[in-house]
Structures are given as structure tokens and as C-alpha cells.
Write a protein that binds this ligand. Structure first.
Ligand SMILES: *Cc1c(COP(=O)(O)O)cnc(C)c1O
Length: 365
């Protein structure tokens, strides 16, 4: 049995009539930048996230970058980021000319450990940037308490967590701004690139609206040196269709995760740990094993699509050589990178597929 890590064409097949209709409507509208589809998606996504404002942008990295710019992050500033994350979180900070300051994760949840934040705060710290990694909400309450105490902003990287809840409330406006990616493989994925920010802060939202459009509020009048980072109307039309199915598709992921949790309980693998009070979006189902590389190889040979998120932590990437980090400096992130393995999960994985993954895991270990 061949099980792909994620079947994106199956997602299209399920919604094909609706998506084709939305694309045709968008093409016929004559609006190829901005326009009604983008505005409607922004409204619907803000409402879904429990935020008053949503601003569509070109991708998730830009959402992070423009949010930091709107918070006036620039050269000399420091932004606290997780040591264990996708590199985009760090790159957004570096693109502002600011310095990413890593904090190790809680080894069980993989998310930024609030107990380690205060020790790295300096007079240059401006923003705390937690990531809701793998779809599990970061521990927001203590992070917000620390931010308030030190006068810092909080930008959340929600790229992997559309629809996840923290203490009953959907992610979208716990911190000052949430940055979202609609990369095709995300829980809410476009059929190309896309991104957005959500917030309850009208002023920050307005700044991001200006920054995404050449720094212009009125055509041919430029208030700041902005960017071209707009959400494509075709993608907005597709995202409107997919948003209406997000909760149902997340529920399927959740059922799969429950099967994995139960089926692998005695496997010897380290399984995802879900803290009280959060409802993860189960973007990824990540296990750990000291024999990860052997497991990866055997699963591959059985035809099971498995991946590593992520094999090299940002501080050890060549892209950050100039920052002068060394091996062993962030041991928790490095250990996760060496031991983690993501099993297939997604709204179009069948029950037979889940059973095949479980069987393959048990023979491989
Ligand atoms: C996907 C992702 C991003 C970047 O999103 P793009 O749309 O690909 O630019 C940022 N942060 C995290 C944690 C991601 O998973």
C-alpha cells in the first residue's frame, strides 16, 4: 500500500465543483488584484478567527515580515523566537535587520518554553514571536503576562494552526497580531501562495494594509517605502471555499491523531503531548525515536510517506553562519531535529491508510 505524506489532489477532487465555480467567478469579475473576493475572504477569515481585522498578503513569510515592520522592528532590535521552528520565523526577523533571539522549546510540546523567555529579554527586545508548531497552540497566557510586564508586543506564527483553540478560543487575536500562511500543504491551503494577518488592533492592521501595497493608501501617493505583497484574488476565491470546510477537515485530522495516539501507545515511540486547555489543529503528527533514521528508511521502503520537520534547526543552517552559533548551543532543538519523524496525516488519508501506517510503524520499530 502506497501512502503519500499528504494528498493535495484529493483535496481538490473533493471540492472540485465548488472550486471551479469560485475560480470562474473570480476570473469573470475583472478584478485581478484586490477586489471583492479578497475583501470577502478577509471578512470571513477574521470572523472565523475571532478577530476584528484580517489583511491578506502574498505568503506566510511576508505576513510575519510585514507584521514586524508594522511594529517598527528594525536594525538593533531583538525578537524572541523559538530555537525549534521552520526557518521562516527567523527569516522574517532578519529581513527587518533585527536579530532573532532563540528560546528553547518545552521538550514535550515542542513550543517555546515561557520559563526561558525572561532570561533573554534585554533593553533591545521588542517582540516575542511564539509559533503554534505542528498545530498545537503555544502556551499563550504566560507569554502574554511576560510581554505585558516588559512592554513587548506578541506576534504569533499561526502558519500551522488554522482553527486550533487555546482555552476554548480560536487562535487569531490572543497576541497583538497572528501571521498565517496558506501554502498548499497547510490546514487551510491555497492552490498557490497566500498569507494573511489577523488582529484586533485597527492601527496595526491599517499599517500592514499600507505596507502590502507599496506603502500607499491613495494611488500614486506613497507614505512609506512599502512592498508588493498582496493576496491573489483567485487564491482568495479558493480559500473562501476551503474555509467553509476547515472545521470538518480538522476534525478528520483529529480522529486520525486519536487513532495514532492509541495505536502507538506501547510502541516505544515518543508521541505528541497535548497540554490541557488546547485543541490542536493536528497540522503534523510528529513522533520521536532515537532510531529515527532507521525508522525513516524502513517506512520509506514500505511505501509510507514520512518527513522530518525539521532536520536542521535554524541556528545550525548555513544561512545563519554569520550569527556564530555552534553545535550544542540549543540542545533541545538539536535533539528534536535528530529524533523527530512526521507520519502521514491529512483530511484525505483513509482509515485503511491510518491502519497501514500503524502496521508499518510497528514492524519498523
Ligand atoms: C509554512 C510556514 C511559514 C511560511 O509560510 P509561507 O507561506 O511558505 O511563506 C512560516 N512559519 C511556519 C511555522 C510555517 O510552517
Amino acid at each position: 500500500m502506497n501512502i503519500p505524506f499528504l494528498d493535495l489532489s484529493a483535496a481538490y477532487r473533493e471540492l472540485q465543483p465548488e472550486i471551479d465555480k469560485a475560480v470562474a467567478r473570480s476570473l469573470a469579475s475583472g478584478h485581478y488584484i484586490g477586489g471583492p473576493e479578497v475583501a470577502a475572504f478577509e471578512d470571513e477569515f477574521a470572523t472565523y478567527c475571532g478577530a476584528t481585522q484580517a489583511v491578506g498578503v502574498a505568503n506566510g513569510l511576508d505576513a510575519l515580515h510585514l507584521a514586524l515592520r508594522a511594529m517598527d522592528v528594525g536594525p538593533g532590535d531583538e525578537v524572541i523566537v523559538p530555537s525549534h521552528t521552520y526557518i521562516a520565523t527567523w527569516l522574517a526577523v532578519s529581513q527587518c535587520g533585527a536579530t532573532p533571539v532563540p528560546v528553547e522549546p518545552d521538550a514535550r510540546t515542542y513550543n517555546m518554553d515561557p520559563n526561558r523567555i525572561e532570561e533573554v529579554i534585554t533593553s533591545r527586545t521588542k517582540v516575542i514571536l511564539p509559533v503554534h508548531l505542528y498545530g498545537q497552540p503555544a502556551n499563550m497566557d504566560p507569554i502574554l503576562v511576560i510581554a505585558r510586564k516588559h512592554g513587548l508586543r506578541v506576534l504569533e506564527d499561526g502558519a500551522q494552526a488554522h482553527g486550533a483553540r487555546y482555552k476554548g478560543k480560536r487562535l487569531g487575536a490572543h497576541g497583538d497580531v497572528v501571521a498565517w500562511s496558506f501554502y498548499p500543504g497547510k490546514n487551510l491551503g491555497a492552490m498557490g501562495d497566500g498569507g494573511a494577518i489577523t488582529t484586533n488592533n485597527v492601527e496595526l492592521a491599517e499599517r500592514i494594509r499600507v505596507l502590502r501595497n507599496y506603502g500607499s493608501r491613495v494611488k500614486y501617493t506613497n507614505d512609506v517605502q512599502g512592498y508588493n505583497s498582496r493576496l491573489d484574488p483567485l487564491q482568495a476565491a479558493i480559500l473562501r471555499v476551503k474555509l467553509a470546510h476547515l472545521d470538518e477537515w480538522n476534525a478528520r485530522r483529529s480522529t486520525m491523531a486519536a487513532h495514532y495516539q492509541k495505536g502507538l501507545v506501547d510502541s516505544g515511540l515518543i508521541l505528541p503531548f497535548v497540554t490541557d486547555g488546547v485543541d490542536p489543529a493536528w497540522h503534523l503528527y510528529v513522533v520521536q525515536s532515537p532510531q529515527r533514521d532507521a525508522l525513516l528508511k524502513k517506512m520509506g521502503e514500505t511505501g509510507i510517506g514520512v518527513l522530518i520537520h525539521y532536520p536542521i534547526p535554524p541556528h545550525l543552517q548555513r544561512a545563519y553562519t554569520s550569527a556564530g552559533y555552534s553545535k550544542g548551543q540549543f540542545p533541545i532543538a538539536e535533539k528534536i531535529a535528530n529524533q523527530c519523524l512526521s507520519l502521514p496525516i491529512g483530511p484525505h488519508l483513509s482509515a485503511a491508510g491510518v491502519a497501514a501506517v500503524l502496521a508499518a510503524c510497528k514492524t519498523a520499530i
